[in-house]
Write a protein that binds this ligand. Sequence first.
Ligand code: UDP
Ligand code: MG
Length: 317
Amino acid sequence: MQKAKLAIILPAYNEEECIEDTSERLLAIMEVLQKENLISNESFLFWVDDGSNDNTWNLIEKLHNTNFEKIKGIKFSKNFGNQKAILAGLFEGFKYGADCFISIDADLQQDEFKIKEFIQKYQNGAKIVAGIRNNRKTDGIIKKAAALLFYKLMNLMGVNLTVNHSDYRLVSREAVQALQKFPETNLFLRGIFNELGFKKDYVYFDVKQRKYGKTKFTNEKLFTLAISGITSFSIVPLRFVSSLGVLMSIVSFFVGLSAMWEKVVNHTTIPGWATIIVTVGFVGGIQILCTGIIGEYLGQLFQEVKARPRYIIEKEL
Ligand code: UDP
Ligand code: MG
């Protein structure tokens, strides 16, 4: 069995409390895996500082200086978001010739001892190994409900997404090479890895409480991620808009017909102020909603058309 050169990708945004502890814990795991002949001695940690404004980068640099072969990293010029950080980790780590990559959160909320299982599945031929959360115990009620709604919606819209999928995953060199052919600015990684093909496998893990600091995923960031997931993978909402338009026209045709009937045949003048107000309000609301949905796609298109760089690297170790 060929020993794999592993790169562990760690996106970090203002994570000064955990850089050292996380590095230490992961290096220890890598050492064990090296002894077990599962990974090669050239395996390394790859930190991606997503434009932090705390001590994150200094700590990464310090660690690199004590152990430059095992700890590498890049720093973004500003906060580009966790998806871009993972992507950059894969693309930049690729240049160091890694055979496989595992992305994991810097706070190690995801069970790091499962790394071995990821590697074993890779050794057994899987090119993409997705981490699936066993539970959402650590999430608040709103986050839990939002996640459930998101996965339900995505499945309804025909997007092939695995429920409770996370960004804790192993990707082989071949898969990263394939990923480089996707020029989209807004990549929704959980979706794109299902599009690539390749042999897939799954690892189930528990999520722990965050040990240091607090979540860097604000509700706004989560919402943006969800909308980008939807608009980059499904046009069902657009079809829904046009179907709704057709339906509304049919309904209003019959409403018009009945109004004519009342006037011409029954000669009753309708006192229906309430009906009119309700209808106008209802139709108006639907129109605004539909315009909004179209607007989301337009926004997505706007960003894609500009084809701006996905991230900008300021420093590299
Ligand atoms: N993260 C990032 N950029 C951001 C937000 C988060 O690189 O803009 C990183 C963060 O440092 C962590 C990972 O993404 O390594 C997951 O974030 P977090 O633990 O805050 O999210 P949660 O576990 O609460 O969903
Ligand atoms: Mg976390």
